[in-house]
Every structure is written in structure tokens, then in C-alpha cells.
Design a protein around this ligand. Structure first.
Ligand SMILES: Cc1cc2nc3c(=O)[nH]c(=O)nc-3n(C[C@H](O)[C@H](O)[C@H](O)COP(=O)(O)OP(=O)(O)OC[C@H]3O[C@@H](n4cnc5c(N)ncnc54)[C@H](O)[C@@H]3O)c2cc1C
Length: 395
């Protein structure tokens, strides 16, 4: 199995990053190697990672590194958020730590859409790891079709009273606060046309919030996603992200757009790691008197994988460059998410095949990488939904 040192060059040598990004990547990589990789098997057994992980990551400046210093961040840029996602992908423990530290993208969403008061309230505490904030859009009856959510927000004076049920809150069992999408129930007779707002709900202050243990998944990871129930949860109107409930759908789209691009970067990193691990394995493994790497079939398969990753890399890096300049386009982000999630599924399948039976064993990281790659075609919008969005751009 490749050690973190042997994987040292992954992610480096691209034209996108400056020395400050490389230094940040190095400390993120050391953090994964020292704090996460040695513990991941135990956390998988526990089906949870310690909440303290956020504090330890914050202590070395990994959280909210792209957030301006006035809001408690490190004053970096969008690429700092992306690097944290990429390092999930480059780590042999990254797949099992699926939700992991990726809540960073929620911080970016608050910076993008939040009011001044919200930025000052949430971002400094996210940067220190004191607050873990997740986002809850999906419901039992509504995932792809966000317009059909049933969670409601009833206006009462300066407050809103929230009732409903959310599925799939990533890191739900350890998060302190949730941004919840809820439909205003006082607006219009046609429920689908009523505005959808995004509401900050602080679990430590609000009463009426119940979060289930993580949902049992196809494969065991460290942590997971929970259901959340909201029973007459009262929040002040200042808890609406951006201050305007009518902007909820627009803000949701902006958040998921950034999330899709960051996920594409993470998945591509995982593909590069899979290729590296597979080349190492095939170099060491022998059969029929030769290295598995020297079978023509192996080289053809891995040549295809390398080519597809390289094509994806050029596209994704260009979008990251534009993203860092503040121009993230939702169609582009959908194309990146669609292309790389489908690529990742092919790459993991080809690579696992070359590990033979070992690939099906959890002694090799490719096994978890393969199973969690399956998730990536489904969440933050399925492949079909990405095609829908891209199709709309055709006019
Ligand atoms: C482990 C995990 C973690 C998650 N974390 C979060 C989270 O933190 N926050 C959150 O809000 N959500 C989260 N999700 C939810 C995830 O984003 C949704 O599962 C996803 O958006 C799909 O929604 P759905 O499951 O309701 O499927 P559905 O919307 O019911 O879709 C079912 C099928 O129909 C297809 N389909 C739907 N509409 C169309 C259409 N118009 N045209 C063609 N095909 C269509 C879909 O592509 C899919 O194949 C998570 C999910 C998982 C599994």
C-alpha cells in the first residue's frame, strides 16, 4: 500500500496554486496522515469519528482557511476550501470519512449569502471548530425536487415556527446547528409557489429538534447522515440565511453549485489516488511469471484511466480557476459533478478489478473508495439532475 510520503506529489505541480496553497495542502495532508489515517479503522467500527477532530483541525488552521480574518478565518481564498476537499480525496482514509471536514463549504456559502450579522455570528465559531454546521434540504418525499419540500415555516410576529422532517443530514449526530430549508406556509394558496427559506437552527438553543442516529448505509464509514425532526422549533427572523426568505431557492442553488464543484475536485483527487495505489499494487504483484503491471491488459486499462483523469483535471482546474475569481457557473459545476462522478465510478471499478480479491477486502483502501464512489453519483443532485440542469442551458 502506498504510504502518504509516496503519494506526496499528488495535487502538487499544478499551475493553479501559489506557495501559500501548497503550504496549506501540506499541513492538511499531514493532518490526514497523522490524525485520521491511523484511526480510521477504529472509527469505521464505531461508525463515528470524534467531534474533537474539528477542534484539532481548527487548531492548525485547516477550517475556514478561505474566510477573511475579520470573520475568524485565515484570509485565504476559494482554493483553500477546495484543497481541504481534495485532501479528503487524496487520503487513503478519505472515503470512509465521507462527510468529514467538508462542512467548510457551508462556511463559504454563509460568506457568499449571509448577512453581516450571520457572518459574525457563525463563521468565527466554525473556524475554531466550536460549531459544526450542516445543511438539510432533502426530505423523505423530496430530494431532487426541492420545490416539493413539506417542512414549513409559519410566521409569528418576528419569529418563524418550523415543523417538518429532514432526511440525510451529513454529520447530523455531531453537528451543533443546521441550515434547514422550509417553505413559508403563509404566502400563497399554491404550496409549490410559496417561497422557500433557509433557516439557521442552533440545536443547542432551540427546543423541538430531534436527530436520529446515522442511517445504516450500504457500506460502513466513520460517521454518516441522520434524520432530523423539527417540532414547533421557534427561530427569530434574523435566522433566515441572507435575511430574505424569498431568496432561499436562489441561495440553495448557489450553495449546491459550490458544493458540486468542490466535490468534483475531491472525486478527481480520489481518482488520482486510486491510479497511484493501483500502479503500486500491480508493480508488486506477480502472476504467470511476470508483474501484473506488465500484462498488456493492465497497461491498456490504466492508460485509459490516466487519460480520462487527465482530461477531467484540465476541465476541473479551469473551473477552479474561474471559481477563485468569483465566477462559478451552475451549468459548469453540474458538468463537472456529472463528468467526474461518472468517471470516478469507472476508475474505481477498473482499479479494484486489478487488485483481484484483495480489492474486495477492507485491508486495501480501494474497497471503501469503490463503495463511496457509488454515493457520489447520487448526492448533491443525481447524475440525472445534473443532465437536467445542463440540458436547460441549451435554450
Ligand atoms: C450518505 C448521504 C448523505 C447525504 N447528505 C445530505 C445532506 O447533508 N443534506 C441534504 O440536504 N441531503 C443529503 N443527501 C441527500 C441527497 O442529496 C439526495 O439523496 C439526492 O439529492 C437524491 O434525492 P432522493 O434521494 O430523494 O432521490 P429522488 O429525487 O427520489 O430520485 C430518485 C430517482 O429519480 C431520478 N429523478 C428524479 N427527478 C428526475 C427528473 N426530473 N428527471 C429524471 N430523473 C429524475 C433521480 O435521478 C433518481 O435516480 C445525502 C444522501 C446520502 C445518501
Amino acid at each position: 500500500m502506498a504510504t502518504p510520503t509516496e503519494r506526496g506529489l499528488l495535487g502538487h505541480g499544478r499551475h493553479l496554486f501559489g506557495p501559500e496553497h501548497d503550504a496549506f495542502r501540506d499541513s492538511a495532508r499531514r493532518f490526514f496522515a497523522n490524525e485520521i489515517e491511523p484511526n480510521i479503522r477504529q472509527w469505521e467500527k464505531d461508525e463515528a469519528f470524534p467531534r474533537e477532530l474539528f477542534k484539532r483541525a481548527a487548531d492548525i488552521g485547516l477550517l475556514c482557511a478561505g474566510i477573511p480574518t475579520e470573520y475568524g478565518g485565515m484570509g485565504g481564498d476559494f482554493l483553500h476550501h477546495v484543497i481541504l476537499h481534495e485532501e479528503h480525496g487524496y487520503s487513503i482514509a478519505g472515503a470512509a470519512l465521507e462527510g468529514g471536514l467538508t462542512t467548510d463549504i457551508v462556511a463559504y456559502g454563509i460568506l457568499d449569502a449571509g448577512t453581516e450579522e450571520q457572518k459574525r455570528l457563525w463563521l468565527p465559531r466554525m473556524a475554531t471548530g466550536e460549531v459544526i454546521l450542516e445543511i438539510a434540504l432533502s426530505e423523505a418525499h423530496s430530494g431532487s425536487d426541492v420545490q416539493s419540500i413539506r417542512t414549513t415555516a409559519r410566521r409569528e410576529g418576528d419569529d418563524f415556527v418550523i415543523n417538518g422532517h429532514k432526511m440525510w443530514v451529513t454529520n447530523g449526530s455531531i453537528c451543533d446547528a443546521i441550515i434547514v430549508a422550509a417553505r413559508l406556509d403563509d404566502a400563497t394558496a399554491d404550496a409549490r409557489k410559496a417561497p422557500i427559506g433557509l433557516f439557521f437552527i442552533d440545536r443547542r438553543e432551540a427546543s423541538g429538534v430531534t436527530v436520529s442516529p446515522p442511517v445504516e448505509l450500504m457500506t460502513r464509514g466513520a460517521g454518516g447522515a441522520s434524520q432530523a425532526f423539527f417540532d414547533n422549533v421557534r427561530v427569530h427572523k434574523s435566522a433566515i440565511l441572507g435575511g430574505d426568505a424569498a431568496e432561499g431557492l436562489k441561495n440553495t442553488l448557489r450553495l449546491v453549485t459550490v458544493g458540486r464543484l468542490a466535490l468534483a475536485a475531491r472525486m478527481l483527487a480520489a481518482c488520482e489516488l486510486a491510479l497511484t495505489l493501483t500502479v503500486d499494487y500491480c508493480r508488486d504483484r506477480e502472476g504467470f511469471g511476470q508483474r501484473v503491471l506488465d500484462f498488456q491488459n493492465t497497461r491498456f486499462k490504466l492508460a485509459q484511466v490516466k487519460t480520462e483523469i487527465t482530461v477531467g483535471r484540465l476541465f476541473v482546474d479551469e473551473l477552479l480557476r474561474r471559481g477563485n475569481a468569483g465566477a462559478i457557473d451552475s451549468t459548469d459545476a453540474s458538468m463537472a459533478k456529472l463528468w467526474v462522478s461518472e468517471l470516478e465510478a469507472r476508475v474505481m471499478d477498473e482499479c479494484l478489478q486489478l487488485f483481484g480479491g484483495s480489492g474486495f477486502s477492507n485491508d486495501y483502501p480501494i474497497s471503501k473508495m469503490y463503495s463511496f464512489a457509488r454515493l457520489h453519483r447520487l448526492y448533491i443532485g443525481t447524475s440525472e439532475i445534473q443532465r437536467l440542469i445542463i440540458g436547460r442551458s441549451l435554450g
